[in-house]
Design a protein around this ligand. Sequence first.
Ligand SMILES: *Cc1c(COP(=O)(O)O)cnc(C)c1O
Length: 488
Amino acid sequence: MRSHLLNDTTAEHYRRSVTEGIERVAAKLATTDRPFTGVAVDALSPRIDAIDLDKPLHDTAAVLDELEDVYLRDAVYFHHPRYLAHLNCPVVIPAVLGEAILSAVNSSLDTWDQSAGGTLIERKLIDWTTDRIGLGENADGVFTSGGTQSNLQALLLAREEAKPGRDGWEGPAGFAKLRIFASEVSHFSVKKSAKLLGLSEDSVVCLPVDHDKRMQTVALARELERCKQDGLVPMAVVATAGTTDFGSIDPLPEIAELCAQYGVWMHVDAAYGCGLLASVRHRDRIDGIERADSVTVDYHKSFFQPVSSSAVLVRDASTLRHATYHAEYLNPRRMVQERIPNQVDKSLQTTRRFDALKLWMTLRVMGADGIGQLFDEVCDLAVEGWKLLAADPRFDVVVQPTLSTLVFRYIPAAVTDPSEIDRANLYARKALFASGDAVVAGTKVGGRHYLKFTLLNPETTVDDMAAVLDLIAGHAEQYLGESLDRAS
Ligand SMILES: *Cc1c(COP(=O)(O)O)cnc(C)c1O
């Protein structure tokens, strides 16, 4: 069994084994002609159930054969140009190389004595990101597992910063007085964070959005004022730079102004919109982000990085102390005086992947402009898709894209019942998924069911979008035809 331990004596085994796996994946990618096989849960689960984990195969090739059957054949492939559903991106090769290196070396970024250079590389990438944002000299941050964790950590810092010196603060009981302001189309992790942070159920004040799905700052001003009048404590405003559904960017400069006026922590959730930080042509769309107290970025959404790769950035490095705990065995207080950089002092996690290496490899091989160009391309593609939808009487499209999503629905010529239109669109999405020809997402707008393209693949073409729209229309019409048959 020792031959499976990766060490000085097994380098050849390692090389062969990993190469074998890479060959399989490469062959798979080269021959995948659809984003999905359309396999049903009921078809796949017996195959996995049948495997006895207590009876190992002892042979890598046999295990890879088996893996073909239970995973590779029926996986959802994001690199395919007709995968148009979620914010999971096709990945760039330098990052995949980084992934292979980081898991083989297996650094853990909690302490210097488990990573050495990895710690410095992560720190340099954090500085690079805060520079791109414009957070100033005292900025800092840390890599996280994703936007959800970044939002949680940012709001933890905001909660702790909201405590001192406030009238009527009564320890944990005072948590009930804290309020977070976010738009009605902000990410659900804001509410989840509020719950985890022990805030009250009505702590997140959902603000209405304008026609373009951007937070109405008039409403924000009104609610901040009301909060003050009611003797409550405004803890944070969460501005979304790239909403998950619409890609809309809240008016950051106006929000920054109001945050300054009311002394409130400004968090910018740029999990999706962070791609603009590398953009060659559209950087100005997130102007104002430099005024944030904290920022969430998901490199695994718009920097073409494999899951996970994310960070939380803060304007004032000292606020990260709210996540600092010392343990004798790991990061004793004296190490701070000795200036030993232990990233665990800044993180919610302890043992932590060296995800930063993927971004490092990407920037060193491709450069930021290379990533930015790819993101600009998908933003431009969304504009083309919007034109297509706006000119097509079969579809209703919600907003002109700021980033790379399109929310729309099929509107049958002969049907006026909105519930029947809902059902036709729901059916079309499911049927498309089951066919494996393409994958699209769904969401609700004004209580009605819509479909969504999330465009993150520069290989997707206008023709792909047109073909998928035709498929959607075909499935929806089929449903309506059958529905008529049922009625008669
Ligand atoms: C995806 C997303 C998140 C959550 O990020 P994860 O990496 O999935 O945890 C948060 N906010 C926004 C706006 C997002 O789009």
